[in-house]
Design a protein around this ligand. Structure first.
Ligand SMILES: Cc1cc2nc3c(=O)[nH]c(=O)nc-3n(C[C@H](O)[C@H](O)[C@H](O)COP(=O)(O)O)c2cc1C
Length: 321
């Protein structure tokens, strides 16, 4: 869904769910931590409505570009062009003053009055649980629908890999940039697919100073969608979940290396979220940094590693008939 910030006019794109609410009404459920919600709240403050255009069916790079995390002033339409390797062609909406990616299969235009919230659901949520069906959402008054002849509807399976993996590129690159700003020796950031592809980031650093591990992890969990970070040294392949868990299992001193931070605005669909009273569900959750890096300047057990020459000289065929 494309919208634009009422102060700067910079377009914003995100993928949101839109429950059909009537013949010309759609829900629009935006996590309060996402930029779409900041735009809606600012529009409400100014007493303005918010124009939107939902485009369905486009190049996968365009969908991935919509998932970019970063500064609110970053124009996702330009990121899409970067991923495509050529500028993204856009057209003006028919009834809204917004740039809409050309060649989409279907475009639904409309207007949100952000002072008017309703609820949506229940839906199968991306974390793998059934939702409760009362999430606050905005209401779109549809003003136009355009489509290509024989339009193809791009659907996906909610809460399965195709849903959650769409977000990974944006989350990984955003978290990598955030960590790199303070720990330039970061080697890689990887969102672990097994933890619902969203919530847990592996961060690999070349640690040379005490405390760098926790600092790197804190930067990674700065993204509202990332609930936890596991920080490892450079000898660990963070893209290999078995290695990452081995590091967590063998290098973490539980009472000093697990740092929890409660009451942080996060992914409000997570089943562990809470409100100000902690008695009801709300937009906050408790985040965690697990520092699985080895201590700096202190002895630590040496990892078993076969000598490289010997390892490479061994041929499986010599042992298996
Ligand atoms: C299939 C799919 C469905 C999504 N559904 C929602 C949703 O209903 N609400 C939401 O806030 N984010 C949803 N997201 C995640 C956002 O699109 C993503 O976090 C994006 O970066 C938000 O953009 P924004 O910060 O510019 O608002 C979904 C992502 C995908 C791939």
């Amino acid at each position: 869904m494309v919208s634009k910030h009422p102060d700067t006019g910079i377009p914003n794109v995100g993928v949101y769910r839109h429950e059909v609410k009537g013949k010309d009404k759609l829900g629009c459920m935006v996590n309060p931590a996402n930029h779409g919600a900041y735009i809606a709240r600012r529009s409400a403050e100014l007493g303005k409505t918010m124009e939107v255009a939902i485009f369905i069916g486009h190049h996968p790079a365009v969908v991935l570009g919509a998932m970019t995390r970063g500064d609110i002033n970053l124009n996702e339409l330009e990121i899409m062009g970067g991923l495509l390797g050529e500028p993204l062609e856009v057209v003006r909406g028919e009834t809204v003053d917004l740039p809409v990616p050309a060649h989409a299969e279907v475009v639904i235009e409309g207007v949100i009055d952000p002072r008017n919230m309703v609820t949506d659901g229940p839906f199968a949520e991306y974390l793998g649980y059934y939702g409760e069906g009362n999430k606050p959402c905005y209401l779109i008054d549809v003003t136009a629908i355009t489509m290509r002849r024989d339009a193809i509807y791009h659907d996906l399976d909610p809460a399965h890999r195709e849903h959650v993996l769409s977000c990974v590129l944006g989350l990984e690159s955003g978290a990598y940039d955030a960590v790199k700003r303070v720990v330039p020796t970061v080697q890689a950031v990887h969102i672990f697919p097994s933890a619902s592809s969203f919530v847990f980031a592996g961060v690999c650093i070349r640690k040379r100073v005490p405390g760098e591990g926790v600092l790197a992890g804190m930067m990674a969990i700065g993204d509202p969608a990332i609930k936890g970070a596991l920080v490892v040294d450079e000898d660990i392949d963070i893209f290999n979940e078995q290695e990452a868990l081995w590091a967590a299992g063998t290098r973490v001193v539980a009472d000093q290396d697990i740092h929890t931070m409660p009451r942080i605005l996060g992914a409000h669909l997570d089943p562990t979220t809470y409100d100000e009273t902690r008695l009801k569900r709300g937009p906050m959750l408790t985040k965690v940094v697990i520092d699985a890096t080895k201590p700096v300047g202190l002895p630590f057990s040496t990892r078993i590693t076969p000598p490289k020459d010997l390892w490479e000289s061994m041929k499986l065929a010599d042992y298996v008939k």
